[in-house]
Design a protein around this ligand. Sequence first.
Ligand SMILES: [Mg+2]
Length: 143
Amino acid sequence: MDHINLLLVDDEKAFLDTLTKRLEKRGVTVTAVYSGKDSLEELETKKSIEVVILDVKMPQMDGIQTLIEIKKRFPLVEVIMLTGHATVETAIDGMKLGAFDYLMKPCDIDLLLSKALNAADKKKIHEEKIMEARIKEITGRRV
Ligand SMILES: [Mg+2]
């Protein structure tokens, strides 16, 4: 499996700790935080994070508020919304606001990984395009 660097954000500690262990067993680099506010701090310090798995329903800063803030400050980081049946509509709204995809709880680990890998690929392609555009701009000016 390709290596991947994930940030998990969920206020349910037991759920998050179990998910973290299961992902680490598969060789995934995982950072786990319990609030939207903490997720922004982690993204600020850990530039290697590629994909955020973000719970929709959280106290204080909820998933949508967190998503908007992540996309504003770290536009290239991909976000996958994590939702229960009651908040599927919110997760879909999240996709309109720039989330890559959403996952239903309890989440299937293989599905989570395949979506996260696709999201990381999208980020890489996006970054390469930006790099190419910059190179074109620089070489264009030299002519
Ligand atoms: Mg929650």
